[in-house]
Design a protein around this ligand. Structure first.
Ligand SMILES: Cc1cc2nc3c(=O)[nH]c(=O)nc-3n(C[C@H](O)[C@H](O)[C@H](O)COP(=O)(O)OP(=O)(O)OC[C@H]3O[C@@H](n4cnc5c(N)ncnc54)[C@H](O)[C@@H]3O)c2cc1C
Length: 471
């Protein structure tokens, strides 16, 4: 179905989330060469959290953050606003190097990071529309229902107890939210709704207030390692920042940086947002506690009820552009807008009379094994964090604290976590990369279609898809 668009419909322009705080005025670019203690490349959550904790730990440090556009231009200003405690990637993979206890510690650290973000936001006076209403994961149909229960059993095996996640009865589910066709649901308290742009802009302001220098409109064209006789450097057209540490915090954009083309695949995710919905719609669907909403489809969706009573609804759209290209300002194809609208109405038929006000897309970073990592080489001074596979809103906070400890050469619980110094092989060269990702998502779509016709188990097509790209 063609999505009904409101007269003021906007496509792209970074994201809807900038409407309320307003698109930031372009900040000053770098004005020439300088020497710093730490240079951070990328002013999204990763770069800003890293700068925040470093400056808090040692106010005497000179910290410089460089962004090619503005703070919050990337996924940090575009995401679905799930501040989630879910781990990026499978615990089994983290356990390979650090055992099951190591993976469990990482999971607990993720749960705690949700509260840490909320604590800092309150402490720094960042109003990011935060509501900790938890995460509601619904199953629609028997195959999804089975997967939901298998996922729950897996979580129990990894130490999630009844306070971390639980199966809801049908009444409990409907008391919270009425999703058409829902056959089951779990609820976990470890998730909060945020307004992404308000969080990232508030964080940038807090970091500046601490004395960190943020230079915008400053693309880093090369990052060079340091050695015994010279510091590491971030090279830009306006000057070079030399520093003891240069930290690459560019997640989904990393493929555009020389030498890192195949590290992480820039995966697209797309969103639409409705106009504010009238009371009769909320009376029909509920959603009074502002839970985040996800499902168990292979081509999954994610959604939130916004502070101004819209539904922001996201999904995969066009997953990947050949050659790891990035559509920078977030323009979204018509068929993606229509597909997201169809799914939104399938979830909530009461929304059918309203219109879409904005559509946008962004990129997130996906490593070859779908698990994230943090790294800092004390010899070269180069470090990085990312590959959060769509779970970056919380993980970036943990990454920032970890990079801080690594840069300060502290030996802490954080620096001993299983995701520190993880090495992952690069993605295949084209056309294999494109073929792999597109085959995977084509199979996921087919698997969902089969399951939607009433299959009782996960379609074998989805299992083949998982094998293709190691998901
Ligand atoms: C549509 C969408 C929905 C999502 N929903 C969720 C969600 O609900 N929950 C969740 O946990 N995660 C979600 N994610 C993922 C999450 O938003 C990201 O993992 C997270 O924001 C990454 O933060 P970051 O700081 O590492 O990267 P980014 O926020 O992408 O920041 C990278 C920055 O680097 C800058 N940059 C790039 N190249 C250069 C260069 N050469 N020189 C200088 N600067 C450069 C960019 O301008 C950008 O500001 C979503 C992502 C998208 C795209």
């Amino acid at each position: 179905m063609t999505a009904p668009l409101s007269p003021g419909f906007v496509n792209g322009e970074v994201s809807f989330w900038y409407r309320s705080p307003g698109m930031p005025a372009p900040g000053e670019p770098l004005g020439g060469d300088l020497r710093a203690d730490v240079a951070v490349v990328g002013a999204g959550y990763t770069g800003l959290w890293t700068a925040y904790y470093l400056k808090k730990a040692d106010p005497s440090l000179r910290i410089v953050v460089l962004d090619k556009e503005f703070a919050g231009f990337g996924a940090s200003g575009r995401n679905g606003g799930w501040l989630t405690g879910a781990l990026a990637g499978s615990p089994e993979r983290y356990a390979k190097t650090h055992g099951r206890d190591g993976a469990r510690l990482l999971q607990r650290a993720m749960f705690e990071a949700v509260d840490e973000v909320i604590r800092v936001a309150h402490g720094e006076g960042i109003d990011a529309d935060i509501v900790k209403g938890g995460l509601l994961t619904v199953a629609r149909g028997p195959a999804q229902d089975l997967r939901l229960r298998e996922e729950l059993a897996g979580q129990r095996a990894w130490g999630w107890d009844a306070d971390d996640v639980r199966l809801l009865t049908t009444d409990e589910m409907n008391d919270r939210l009425r999703v058409a066709g829902a056959t089951g649901a779990t609820w976990s308290p470890h998730c909060a709704r945020i307004q992404p742009a308000k969080l990232v802009r508030g964080l940038a302001r807090a970091v500046r207030d601490l004395g960190v220098e943020i230079y915008e409109q400053t693309p880093v064209t090369a990052i060079t390692p340091g050695g015994r006789t010279h510091p590491a450097a971030a090279v830009t057209p306006y000057g070079t920042v030399r520093a003891d540490h240069v930290l690459r915090c560019t997640e989904g954009f990393t493929a555009t940086i020389t030498g890192h083309h195949r590290d992480w695949l820039p995966m697209n995710s797309s969103m639409i947002v409705t106009e504010p919905l009238p009371e009769r719609v909320w009376a029909e669907i509920g959603w009074q506690s502002h839970e985040l909403l996800g499902d168990m489809a292979h081509y999954y969706m994610y959604a939130q009820r916004t502070a101004d009573d819209r539904i922001a609804f996201g999904g995969r759209g066009r997953p990947y552009l050949y050659g790891s290209r990035i559509d920078e300002r977030g323009h979204t194809h018509d068929w993606t807008v229509d597909a997201l609208w169809d799914l939104l109405v399938a979830f909530f038929p009461a929304v059918a009379g309203s219109r879409v006000e904005h559509a946008w897309s962004g990129v997130l970073g996906v490593p070859r094994d779908w698990c994230s990592a943090v790294h800092l080489d004390p010899v070269t001074g180069l470090g990085w964090a990312g590959g959060y596979t769509g779970h970056g809103v919380t993980t970036t906070n943990l990454a920032g604290r970890t990079l801080c400890d690594l840069a300060l050469r502290r030996d802490t619980d954080l620096t001993r976590m299983p995701w520190v110094d993880r090495r992952v092989r690069a993605w295949e060269p084209e056309p294999l990369r494109w073929l792999g990702v597109h085959s995977m998502y084509r199979l996921y779509r087919l698997a969902d279609a089969r399951e939607n016709r009433g299959m009782a188990r996960t379609s074998v097509l989805a299992r083949i898809a998982d094998k293709i790209t190691g998901h």
